[in-house]
Design a protein around this ligand. Structure first.
Ligand code: UDP
Ligand code: MG
Length: 322
């Protein structure tokens, strides 16, 4: 049984409307990893695609016994798709990468080399990215903000392209929060982590499935999931505004006592005060609401995702998840 002692590496890849990329991705990763002295497993998650992604993945899974196909019942989003991939991966190490070949497979080999050196997490860090100015500026501002207010140190300019040791994957699997920010969870775990710099390619085919609203949602999850600083800010602003109001109230009373004649003149100031207080109040309610929304979703304790089926070599046509 010596051959069985080989280490096993899983590749977890989420697919959402990536029909044009399915064959290309699998073909490329197969060639890149061909010489590796490991047993390989490819866990492909179909995140409720509306195109032919599922059919193409199914064909690949049929032809390659190393492929496990996890099929969602609808679109749950990238973070949940990689969560499912980790749930089903069986490797001693797991590599997460995108389906559009923006994460170069050659870099995955570097991640594996780092793992062999003893690192439990090797994350790919963008040295350059070929995104537009807007994305570059907002992303860099965001990571700086997160570093300042977050409870964990989330490395800058990293996505979810990384390798994790089985130990780490087993720990991640204990995190069942719904509004997930996977790179934050990994960062918060500790272990020996190392950055592997790389140049992020452009998407070859199709277009991004991360339009602005989704990007904002992910960014907000990063902040709310790893910081209570917005709540602290509410208290600080509340204290400042209250102190200011006390001074103003004193002024109003003195005015009333000593210059009772010209009180009506304060209309603009009154309007400003009402609008300002209204705005601050709503803003703070919004912050509270964001945390309450998270609490609500956690209290409901629903499953994070729903599967339509799992397809694996040597199993029934469509295995229903346990
Ligand atoms: N993805 C997914 N579900 C979604 C959106 C995206 O599984 O709802 C996958 C997508 O197929 C790709 C990866 O997540 O493999 C990254 O998405 P994309 O390339 O669109 O993001 P970008 O690289 O533009 O940030
Ligand atoms: Mg992409």
């Amino acid at each position: 049984m010596t051959a069985e002692a080989r280490k096993r590496i899983s590749f977890v890849v989420p697919f959402y409307n990536e029909g044009v990329n399915v064959d290309l991705f699998h073909g490329t990763i197969k060639v890149t990893t061909a010489a590796l002295p490991y047993d390989l497993e490819f866990v492909y998650v179909n995140d409720g695609s509306g195109d032919d992604t599922f059919a193409r993945l199914r064909a690949i899974q049929d032809a390659d016994a190393r492929v496990t196909l996890v099929n969602f019942s609808r679109n749950f989003g990238h973070q949940k798709a990689i969560t499912a991939g980790l749930d089903y991966a069986t490797g001693d190490a797991v590599v997460i990468m995108d389906a559009d070949l923006q994460d170069p497979p050659s870099v995955a080999l570097e991640l594996i080399a780092r793992w062999e050196q003893g690192y439990e997490v090797a994350y790919a860090q963008r040295r350059t990215r070929k995104d537009g100015l807007f994305k570059r500026v907002t992303a860099s501002a965001y990571y700086r903000l997160l570093a300042r207010i977050g409870d964990v140190d989330i490395p800058r300019n990293t996505g979810d392209f990384r390798l994790m040791d089985r130990k780490v994957v087993d720990e991640i699997k204990k995190y069942r929060e719904h509004d997930r920010y996977m790179r934050g969870i990994v960062a918060s775990l500790g272990f020996n982590q190392i950055a592997v710099p790389f140049d992020r390619d452009e998407r070859l085919h199709g277009e991004t499935h991360y339009p602005l609203p989704k990007m904002i949602k992910l960014a907000v999850d990063g902040v709310l999931g790893f910081s209570t600083f917005p709540l602290t800010i509410m208290t600080r602003v509340g204290v400042a505004v209250s102190l200011f109001s006390v001074l103003w109230i004193i002024e109003v009373v003195l005015h009333k006592l000593f210059f009772p004649g010209d009180l009506v003149q304060g209309w603009s100031l009154t309007m400003i005060a009402i609008l300002f207080m209204g705005g601050i109040n709503l803003l703070m309610l919004g912050v509270l609401g964001s945390y309450i929304g998270r609490i609500y979703r956690e209290v409901q304790d629903r499953p994070i995702y729903t599967l339509d089926g799992v397809y694996r070599a040597g199993e029934a046509e469509r295995a229903r998840p346990a």
